[in-house]
Every structure is written in C-alpha cells, then in structure tokens.
Design a binder for this molecule. Structure first.
Ligand code: ZN
Length: 151
C-alpha cells in the first residue's frame, strides 16, 4: 500500500505540463546559465538568499508569449528599489493547474484569459539595471517550488 502511494506522488509531479515558447527570439526556452551577475538556475546563490525561480533568456524589448492557455491574475511589483524601477513589473498567471509569476515583463493587460502563443506583453530593459547580464524572464511558482520540471 505504501509503495502505491509513493508511485502516485511521483506520477503527479511528472504530469507532463511543459511551457511553450515564452519569448520571441528564444523558441526553445533557452535558460540563462552563468554571467557576471550570477546563475539562472533554481537554487542559485544570491548575495543573501537563494534564487527561487528559473531564468529564461529574453532580450530587452522582446515580445513575451503565453506558454499555454492561461488566465491573467494581476500585475506584480518585483522591486521597491527606485534604482530598479525600469524593470520592476511582472504578471501573475494561472494555467495547466499551475500558479506562477513572470518577472521583468510589462503586461499589455492584467486580467482575462489568453491562448497559447498570444502576446502577454514586452520584456523590460534589463540591461539598464544590470549591464552585461543575460537578459531574462524570471519564472517563479506561487509556492516558490522548483519550476524546472516544466521546461
Ligand atoms: Zn531569476
């Protein structure tokens, strides 16, 4: 009986949800690896904390797409630091049973629903705040769990 429970738990984690293309110019959702500002994987070390998202490469000004059918759950503020005002917005989203956030995106709309491939908005000018960084969208689950399995 115990073995059955464990198998079901694994099955739920691997239920096959995958993100479609998030950003124009990056059809394979290529990830930010490492640059002078840090690494893009989940759990990467930051100055005084852990990186709780996965960074997907996205050039400044690119179009950001719905990775699957989803609903818009309102705008979010990434930073309070006025020096980072140029990139301090994002969007809360739900779809495919997932609750997640995209950071550094200026959304066209903040409510309603979108189909896979529809435009969410525009990638903000990250180079202005972090010169030389690999510009990227930060994907973060609402419960701060690891989103890597969905890519
Ligand atoms: Zn990140």
């Amino acid at each position: 009986m115990r073995r059955v429970v464990i198998l079901l738990a694994v099955f739920c984690v691997c239920d096959g949800v995958k993100f479609g293309q998030l950003c124009s110019g990056n059809p394979t959702n290529r990830r930010r690896t490492s640059d002078s500002w840090g690494s893009g994987h989940y759990g990467a070390r930051r100055e005084n904390r852990e990186h709780k998202g996965l960074d997907i490469v996205c050039s400044d000004g690119s179009i950001v797409y719905a990775p699957f059918d989803l609903t818009l759950q309102g705008k979010l503020t990434v930073y309070n630091d006025p020096n980072k005002a140029a990139i301090n917005s994002g969007i809360n989203l739900r779809g495919e049973g997932l609750c997640f956030k995209l950071f550094y995106v200026s959304p066209d709309r903040t409510s309603g629903s979108l189909r896979k491939g529809d435009r969410i908005g525009t990638m903000l000018p990250m180079q202005r705040v972090y010169p030389g960084i690999t510009s990227h969208i930060h994907v973060q689950m609402c419960d701060r769990s690891n989103p890597t399995q969905y890519f």
